[in-house]
Design a protein around this ligand. Structure first.
Ligand code: PEP
Ligand code: MG
Length: 764
């Protein structure tokens, strides 16, 4: 890394200092340019010297004359007296400094802000790599687990899932978190616990050497397999999916992991036991860290371990085949399940652990496989092969249900499937009110894989493509090339339908602690979104180039988030036109007429909407943030969740103001906040004359049915009444009454669901 970074940034020295476990000291851990003998020797307290200062303040330190800097500290061992200038950037993970990346030059020179920015980006990309490597090396080779005999380990193994014959009805109910909607009834298939090795009849070969050779072979096969998987998933679902396997590969390539395995196999003469021992040691170490990010890494390690085991067992281990329509129960919902299981035979997935935002859950939703996660005890209670019901919407599971329950859920499943089919069957039909007012219905997406749903549910385009997902997958700013591939894929897939790509909207609730920004007391009012892009102009320009290149491939619109003043819009437009000019000069194709629009999500933007409308091509109202900032209610704070009212008359007033300004300027206006998926809001938004509603893909057909049942005159009347209302409750009631009046409660597909929503309002 130091070789690569030093060379790319034209530095005379590049070094990495790592924070010690006590968090008070930094150790020089790698260098190209300083005296290599100083590696592992030179230590400095956090806060001391320029490197220590960068670690302490968690932001870069830049000095063209380091030796005269008040914080300079000299370490003779390093031979750094030759160097005049320095940049030091902290490696941050979840806001904690884990190290510092430093470049130094012999000649005295200044550093441009863009150079510092590039350097900071290097530090960000490095942080997770360093963190994973450090975690892997945390496992001490002398760990007692390694020393245990195989017999002892076997006695700690997880009991074999008994293959007892499924017996009669027992109606055992479990509740978890429903992470992917849908109902399934099928036979339980227990996915082997990855650490069940002790239970599998593994016959080691005659010698430790042969076992070691088998293990090494298995490791390289898995490495190849992972590359294939990564490529396959990337092609099928987009680069954001394949990013999941980066950590897996890093684990396999970790020298410590491999060395421990080889040592253990030489000691035990059994590759299977060696793997079990090493995995147990890693699990133990990682298990001590109570943090969701690190818990996720345990899953990655187990996933890698399982792959190696399967390779090792090869033909010796015949897996039971899974029948079609199976309900797969596993400890964790792992991404690799989706590349290894015969997905066409999976009716539903249930896992003991994991939450709705784990990669596995995202995969399940994308593939529309009903799934429930976080169901402790289900593995122990189940009997392989017994009948089970899974309701992925409610998060319920019944093991060996009785006939009555099965019949009830059969009906519910049929209703769900028929409703979904009916709704999707209208995918080609435009959304029009009874009297012919046309509303454009688009969808919000963030992953390439969402595009399948856009198609299936009949959205007319992508109303909001959130580009943060790629940043989350990387835990830092993604690279330009990767962004380009992603945006091009989306634009090409949707063409000629429109795709609105929004520039990075990080910060606030979309927190990324390793962006190298100082912590803020009020992040929602701080350096988030477009403000962050202005602070990182090179990152912003890279994203703009990627979006502009995609505009040559489809019908792309560019959306700027969090604009709160005309100055900000001017500043963004200036950077956009400079980027366009640069691309023109280099002959890179892009759409010169690409529409540039802004989010209306800060009250000030709505209040000066006329001035902003004169300067841009479209508005997109983000009611999530608009509600937060208008009502002063943090959108992510569950203690004040009841105050978060997107249908508050004050929010409606700002939407109305924006619609009128857009209409005066003759520019289109859409809504992409969650309000666009809310059935109670639809009549009012139609009445306010919003031309486009962009909602979650699965909500598109529901919104379409509501629009079909409305009359635009009635909707305008509702909007007027809503504007005069004093409370959000009154507004919701107006919406509820309209749904009843329009006859939507007797709708065969969505009637019973809408009735529940409406009753809640009218009975309140
Ligand atoms: C909004 O604020 O309404 C919006 C659509 O943006 P996000 O939810 O991504 O902040
Ligand atoms: Mg927003």
């Amino acid at each position: 890394m130091v070789d690569l970074v030093g060379k790319r940034l034209d530095a005379d020295a590049c070094s990495i200092y790592l924070v010690e476990a006590d968090l008070t000291r930094l150790t020089l851990s790698a260098t190209n340019g300083l005296n290599r003998d100083a590696v592992g020797v030179v230590q400095l307290p956090v806060g001391e010297g320029l490197v220590g200062l960068a670690a302490k303040q968690r932001s870069p330190v830049v000095s063209d004359d380091a030796q005269n800097h008040p914080h300079y500290k000299y370490f003779p061992e390093t031979g750094e007296e030759r160097f005049a200038s320095l940049v030091a950037a902290p490696l941050l993970m979840k806001g904690v400094t884990i190290g510092v990346l430093v470049i130094q030059t012999i000649e005295r020179r200044g550093f441009e802000p863009f150079e510092v920015e590039i350097f900071q980006t290097c530090a960000q990309l490095l942080s997770p790599v360093v963190m994973n490597a450090r975690l892997l090396s945390l496992v001490d080779e002398s760990d007692e687990v390694i020393q245990r005999s195989s017999d002892e380990l076997a006695s700690h193994g997880i009991p074999v899932a008994s293959v007892s014959e499924p017996r009669g009805e027992r109606n055992v109910e479990f509740r978890g978190v429903g992470t992917s909607r849908g109902i399934a009834i099928g036979r339980v298939y227990r996915l082997e616990n990855p650490l069940d090795l002790a239970e599998l009849e593994y016959e080691p070969r005659g010698s430790a050497d042969a076992e070691e050779a088998d293990l090494v072979q298995a490791l390289s096969m898995v490495r190849r397999d992972l590359d294939d998987n990564r490529e396959e998933l990337g092609d099928k679902y987009g680069p954001d999916f394949s990013a999941v396997f980066h950590t897996h590969i890093q684990i396999l390539e970790d020298k410590g992991f491999v060395a421990k395995l080889r040592q253990s196999v030489r000691e035990t003469g059994n590759a299977c036991v060696a793997l079990q021992q090493v995995l147990a040691a890693y699990r133990k170490t990682f298990g001590r860290i109570q943090d969701a990010y690190f818990q996720d890494r345990i899953m990655d390690i187990e996933d890698v371990g399982r792959r190696v085991m399967e390779q090792l067992l090869g033909d010796r281990h015949a897996r039971p085949t899974m029948e079609a329509g199976s309900i797969v129960v596993s400890d964790n919902l792992l991404p690799s399940h989706f590349s290894r299981l015969d997905i066409d035979r999976v009716a539903a997935i249930v896992s003991e652990h994991g939450g709705p935002t784990s990669h596995g859950s995202i995969f399940a939703r994308t593939l529309e496989i009903p799934a429930v996660t976080g169901v402790p005890g289900v593995s122990e209670a189940l009997r392989p092969g017994e009948l089970a019901i899974v309701d992925g919407g409610e998060g319920t599971i019944f093991l060996s249900p009785d006939e009555r329950l099965v019949a009830e859920y059969e009906r519910a499943r049929e209703r769900f499937e028929i409703a979904a089919e009916h709704l999707d069957a209208m995918r080609e039909m435009p959304a029009e009110t009874r009297d012919g007012l046309r509303i454009s219905l688009t969808a919000n997406c963030g992953l390439v894989s969402d595009l399948r749903l856009v198609e299936q549910h009949g959205a007319e385009g992508v109303g909001l493509f959130r580009t943060e997902m790629l940043a989350f997958a990387h835990r830092g700013f993604p690279e330009e090339e990767e962004q380009e591939q992603l945006y091009e894929k989306v634009a090409t897939f949707m063409a000629p339908r429109p795709v609105t790509i929004r520039t990075l909207d990080l910060g606030g609730d979309k927190d990324m602690a390793n962006l190298g920004l100082p912590s803020e007391d009020n992040p929602q009012l701080g350096c988030r979104s477009i403000r962050l892009s202005f602070r990182r102009p090179e990152t912003f320009r890279a994203q703009l180039r990627a979006i502009l290149r995609a505009s040559a491939k489809g019908n792309v619109r560019l959306l700027l988030p969090m604009i709160s003043s005309v100055d900000e819009l001017h500043q963004a437009k200036e950077i956009i036109s400079e980027t366009q000019e640069e691309m023109r000069r280099s002959g890179t194709p892009f759409d010169p007429d690409i529409p540039i629009g802004i989010m209306i999500e800060v009250p000030s933007a709505a209040l000066i909407a006329d001035a902003l409308a004169a300067e841009c091509d479209f508005f997109s109202v983000g009611t999530n943030d608009l509600t937060q900032y208008t009502l002063a209610v943090d959108r992510g704070n569950e203690h004040i969740g009841h105050l978060f009212e997107p249908l508050h008359p004050a929010v409606l007033a700002l939407i109305d103001t924006s619609v009128r300004a857009a209409s005066r300027a003759g520019i289109p206006i859409s809504i992409c906040g969650e309000i666009a998926s809310n059935p109670l809001a639809v009549p009012i938004l139609v009445g306010l004359r919003i031309g486009e509603l962009s909602s979650t893909p699965s909500a598109v057909p529901v919104v379409k049915e509501i629009v079909h049942a409305l009359d635009s005159g009635d909707a305008a009347e509702d909007a007027r009444a809503a504007r005069e209302a004093a409370t959000a409750r009154e507004v919701r009631r107006i919406g509820a009454e309209r749904l009843v009046e329009a006859g939507l409660l007797s709708h065969p597909d969505i009637g019973s669901w809408l009735e529940k929503i409406v009753r809640r309002e009218l009975d309140a």
